[in-house]
Design a protein around this ligand. Structure first.
Ligand SMILES: [Zn+2]
Length: 316
C-alpha cells in the first residue's frame, strides 16, 4: 500500500474506528473475535489497493469474519449485551438481538448505528448474504438493481424487527404487524409500512389510504414504536464502546507497509549491519510518533441520542 493510501486508511480509522468496532462486536459477539476480524480486515484493505474509505473497510470486515456458527447462539449473550449499564427491561431484548442471524444483526447495525444510504447497505448486505469474498463495488446489487437491493435490506430489517417484537414490546398487537393477513384494501399500505418503504411518504395512493384508514395508521405507529425500541436498545448498549487503545496500536501497525523481506543472509553485508545499529533509534522514533498519534484517538464521544429510524410526518 502506498503511504498516501496508508494515511487515508488511518484517517478512515480515526473517523469511523469506533463505529466499525461496534459493528464488529455486533457481528462477532465477543471482543477477541471482533479484534481479530478488524485486524484481518485492515491488513486485507491495506494490501488490496481498494479505496481506503468506510464502505471498503466494512466490506473488508465482512470478508474477514469467520463462518457463522449457530452453536454460539445458544450460549449466554456476549459482553456488550449484558453490560451492567443495561436496564433490566432491555437485557432480554439485547440477548434476543445478539442471537439473531448475522445478516439480520448486520442490517440492524448499519441501519441503526449509522446513517448509511440504503443502496450502500444493500451492496454490503449482498456480500454478507453471499458469505464469500467480493468487494462492495463488485456486488451485482451495487451495480444493477439498487432498488431491489434497498428493498432486500429493508426486508432483512423488517424480519429482524418481527422476530424481536414480542420481546421489545410484549403488548404489541401481532395483527398490527401482519401485513399479509391485513384486509385486501390495506395490504399494499401495510407491506410498505413493514418495509419502511419511502412510498409511505411518496406514493399518493398509500398516503391517501393512510389518511382514511385508522387501522393502517395504528399499524404504522406499532412499527415505529418497535423500531424505536430496538434502536434505543442497540444504540444504548454500544454507545460507550470505543476501540480499545491496544487494538488501535495493532490496527495502525497493520496499516503500515510490510518491511522489505530481509533474509538472514543480508546480515553478512556491512551495510545491513550498519542499518541494524541504527534500528533501536528508528524504533524509538516510531514509538514516539505512535504515542503522539494515539492521543488523537481519545476523542470525546459523538453526542448520540437515539435517532428515529422511522420518521413520522404530520398528515392532514
Ligand atoms: Zn388500511
Amino acid at each position: 500500500m502506498s503511504s498516501t493510501n496508508a494515511t487515508e486508511l488511518e484517517r478512515t480509522l480515526l473517523r469511523s474506528g469506533d463505529d466499525i468496532y461496534r459493528l464488529a462486536l455486533l457481528l462477532c459477539g465477543d471482543e477477541a473475535g471482533a479484534a481479530q476480524a478488524l485486524i484481518k480486515a485492515i491488513r486485507r484493505l491495506a494490501t488490496s489497493g481498494a479505496a481506503p474509505d468506510q464502505p471498503a473497510l466494512i466490506a473488508a470486515l465482512l470478508q474477514a469474519l469467520p463462518p457463522e456458527r449457530r452453536r454460539w447462539r445458544l450460549r449466554r449473550p456476549p459482553a456488550w449485551a449484558r453490560s451492567r449499564a443495561v436496564p433490566a427491561g432491555r437485557a432480554a431484548l439485547l440477548a434476543a438481538l445478539a442471537a439473531l442471524p448475522r445478516a439480520q444483526r448486520f442490517a440492524l447495525g448499519l441501519t441503526m448505528l449509522r446513517s448509511f444510504e440504503s443502496a450502500e447497505d444493500a451492496a454490503l448486505l449482498g456480500d454478507e448474504n453471499r458469505g464469500g469474498p467480493g468487494a462492495a463495488g463488485e456486488s451485482g446489487l451495487a451495480n444493477g438493481s439498487e432498488r431491489a437491493g434497498a428493498d432486500q435490506t429493508r426486508a432483512v430489517v423488517r424480519d429482524a424487527l418481527l422476530a424481536l417484537a414480542p420481546i421489545a414490546i410484549p403488548t404489541i398487537s401481532p395483527a398490527a404487524l401482519d401485513s399479509a393477513g391485513a384486509p385486501e384494501d390495506c395490504r399494499l399500505t401495510r407491506a410498505a409500512i413493514a418495509l419502511n418503504d419511502p412510498a409511505i411518504h411518496n406514493d399518493a395512493t398509500i398516503r391517501g389510504h393512510l389518511a382514511l384508514c385508522s387501522a393502517c395508521r395504528a399499524a404504522e405507529h406499532a412499527w415505529q414504536s418497535l423500531s424505536i425500541a430496538v434502536e434505543e436498545a442497540l444504540r444504548g448498549a454500544l454507545r460507550d464502546t470505543r476501540l480499545p487503545p491496544a487494538l488501535v496500536d495493532q490496527l495502525q501497525a497493520a496499516i503500515q507497509p510490510a518491511p522489505a523481506a530481509a533474509g538472514w543472509a543480508l546480515l553478512s553485508s556491512p551495510r545491513a549491519r550498519i542499518a541494524l545499529v541504527a534500528l533501536p533509534y528508528r524504533l524509538f522514533g516510531v514509538a514516539a510518533r505512535r504515542g503522539a498519534a494515539s492521543t488523537h484517538w481519545q476523542r470525546p464521544s459523538p453526542g448520540a441520542g437515539p435517532r428515529a429510524a422511522r420518521s413520522c410526518p404530520a398528515r392532514a
